[in-house]
Write a protein that binds this ligand. Structure first.
Ligand code: C2O
Ligand code: CU
Length: 483
C-alpha cells in the first residue's frame, strides 16, 4: 500500500521536494501558480485537477508549499501565473506595505495568465501565516491555490517537533472532479461545505511521529473557505500559545481541562503539546466543531523515552509579541455592522438585462471580482456597489498613525470571521465569547455578537471582510482608507 509519502511524491510534476530548504541567497523565491493532477482523494483513488503553488526548493506540507522567512528580514517572492485566469497573492495577516497586499484593482493590477509579479517586503512579526489569491477565491483556493508562510523568530528554544496542520476541505465528487464551489443556499447561509475533509492538501487526517516526551509545536491553520474549527488535543497536555501568529498568554486545550480554541477560515492557532512518554502512544488534534469530533492529526510516539528536559511550561516557549498595545483613550471609533441584504447589486441589475452568454456579462463579473448578486453587506454597503470598473467608496477614512477602535457588530444569525488586511489588532472584547485579550488579524463574530478591536492605522487602502469566502464574494467586503 502506498504510504502518505509516496502519495506526495507522486503529485504532479514540479512537486516541491520534502524537507529541502531554500538556499540563503537573496534571490527571490519563484512561486508558480500552476494547474496539475494530484491524488487528493488518496492512494489508489482518482486524481483531481488541482490548482496549486509550486516553489522550487521549498519545503511542503502535503500539497501546500511552506515558505520560511525571518522577522525583519527581506522576503522576495516572484509570482508566475501559469493559470488560465488572473490571480495575485495576499499575504494574510502579514503587516506588508499596501502595494504588496495583493488585492487586484485595489492595491495592484491583476496578474494575468503568463504574467509575473514581484513581491518583496520585510515581514515584521514572527508567526504562522498563509498566502492566498484575492479574486475568485472560492474557485482558486478551492482548487488548492494556497501556501503556508512561517516567519521565524518567536521561539525561545527549538521544540522537539514543529508541524504544520493546514486544514482545508475539498468539494470533490468520488471520481475526483471538483463540484461547484458556491451554492446559492450556502452563500446565503453558513457557506458551502466541502464533501471531503482534509489536512495539508490530502483527504483525511495527517499522521506523523514525534519523539517520546518531546515538546511539539503544532501550527494549525484554517485554510478552509467555510468551516469553523474548534480545536483540542487528546492524549497530551497542551496549550494554545499563539493566535494568528502572535504569542498570547497560554490557554489550555487538553482533554483534562476540557478546553478548545476556535479558528474560523483564515485564522491560525499555534498549539504546544507534550508528547506521551511511551513508544506507540498517540496524541491527536481533534476538531470538536463538527457534528462528530473529527481527528485532524494523529501523532505517534516513536523511539526511546527521552529524559524530560524541563517541566511543561507553555508560557516559557514564545517571546511576547513586539506589537504596541493600542492606547484606546481618545481613539477614533468606527462601527461596522455585518448584515444580510435583500437588495440586488447594480451588477445584478445590469446582468439581468444581458443574455448569460453575452461577453459583456463575463467581463462585468470579472471587472471587480464580483458575483451576480449581493447577499451580504457591511454598513449596508455591499461589494460592489457599482457595476463599472470603478471601486466603491471606502467604508471609512482614517488618518495614518491614528489609534482606532473598530466596533464590529453581527446582526445576522450566522458567525462571521472578520479579517482586516495589513494590521494586527488587539481583540479588546467580545460580547458572547469568553476570549482573553489577544492580538489577531481575524476575529469570529458569533450571531448577534459585538466585538471591539484596536490598532494603529498604517497608510493604504485595506480590505475589511468576512473570511467565509462566499460571504466576501457575495458582498460582505469593503475597505478602509488610511491616508
Ligand atoms: Cu485572507 Cu482579504 O484575506
Ligand atoms: Cu461571513
Amino acid at each position: 500500500m502506498p504510504t502518505r509519502r509516496s502519495v506526495l511524491a507522486s503529485l504532479a510534476a514540479g512537486a516541491a521536494g520534502l524537507g529541502a530548504s531554500r538556499p540563503l541567497a537573496a534571490a527571490p523565491i519563484r512561486l508558480a501558480a500552476v494547474e496539475g493532477e494530484a491524488t487528493v482523494l488518496g492512494p489508489g483513488r482518482p486524481a483531481s485537477r488541482v490548482w496549486r503553488f509550486v516553489a522550487e526548493g521549498a519545503e511542503s506540507a502535503g500539497l501546500f508549499p511552506v515558505l520560511r522567512a525571518r522577522a525583519g528580514e527581506r522576503l522576495a517572492v516572484t509570482l508566475e501565473n501559469r493559470l488560465p485566469q488572473h490571480t495575485s497573492i495576499h499575504w494574510h495577516g502579514v503587516r506588508v506595505p499596501n502595494a504588496m497586499d495583493g488585492v487586484p484593482y485595489l492595491t495592484q493590477a491583476p496578474v494575468n495568465p503568463g504574467e509575473s509579479f514581484a513581491y518583496a517586503f520585510d515581514p515584521p512579526d514572527p508567526g504562522t501565516y498563509f498566502l492566498h489569491p484575492h479574486c475568485n477565491e472560492s474557485g482558486q483556493s478551492g482548487r488548492g491555490l494556497l501556501a503556508v508562510l512561517v516567519v521565524e523568530g518567536d521561539a525561545k528554544y527549538a521544540p522537539d517537533a514543529d508541524l504544520v496542520v493546514a486544514v482545508k476541505d475539498w468539494r470533490l465528487a468520488p471520481d475526483g472532479a471538483f463540484l461547484p464551489f458556491e451554492t446559492r443556499e450556502g452563500a446565503g447561509r453558513a457557506g458551502t461545505f466541502g464533501t471531503v475533509r482534509g489536512v495539508n492538501g490530502l483527504a483525511g487526517p495527517m499522521s506523523a511521529t514525534v519523539p517520546a516526551g518531546g515538546e511539539v509545536r503544532l501550527r494549525c491553520l484554517n485554510l478552509d473557505g467555510t468551516r469553523i474549527l474548534r480545536l483540542g488535543i487528546e492524549g497530551a497536555e497542551a496549550a494554545a500559545v499563539a493566535a494568528d501568529g502572535h504569542a498570547m498568554a497560554p490557554v489550555a486545550v487538553d482533554e483534562v481541562s476540557g478546553g478548545s480554541w476556535r479558528i474560523g477560515p483564515g485564522m491560525r492557532v499555534d498549539l504546544l503539546a507534550r508528547a506521551p512518554a511511551r513508544a506507540g502512544e498517540t496524541l491527536r488534534v481533534v476538531d470538536y466543531g463538527a457534528a462528530e469530533p473529527w481527528t485532524l492529526a494523529t501523532l505517534t510516539v516513536a523511539g526511546e523515552v527521552r529524559a524530560r528536559k524541563r517541566a511543561f511550561d507553555p508560557a516559557g516557549f514564545l517571546r511576547p509579541p513586539g506589537l504596541p498595545r493600542a492606547r484606546v483613550e481618545g481613539a477614533l471609533r468606527l462601527t461596522f455592522a455585518m448584515s444580510a441584504t435583500a437588495g440586488a447589486s447594480l451588477a445584478t441589475e445590469v446582468l439581468g438585462t444581458l443574455p448569460p452568454d453575452d461577453p459583456l456579462a463575463a467581463q462585468l463579473l470579472d471587472s471587480l471580482c464580483v458575483r451576480d448578486a449581493s447577499l451580504w453587506a457591511i454598513n449596508k454597503a455591499t461589494w460592489p456597489t457599482s457595476a463599472n470598473a470603478a471601486l466603491p467608496p471606502p467604508l471609512g477614512t482614517i488618518a495614518a498613525g491614528r489609534t482606532v477602535v473598530f466596533e464590529l457588530v453581527n446582526v445576522t444569525p450566522h458567525p462571521h470571521p472578520i479579517h482586516l488586511h495589513g494590521h494586527v489588532f488587539e481583540v479588546l472584547s467580545t460580547s458572547r465569547q469568553r476570549l482573553p485579550r489577544h492580538f489577531a488579524d481575524t476575529v469570529i463574530l458569533d450571531p448577534r455578537e459585538r466585538a471591539e478591536i484596536a490598532f494603529v492605522a498604517a497608510p493604504g487602502d485595506w480590505m475589511l471582510h468576512c473570511h467565509i469566502l462566499e460571504h466576501l464574494e457575495y458582498g460582505m467586503m469593503g475597505y478602509v482608507r488610511v491616508a
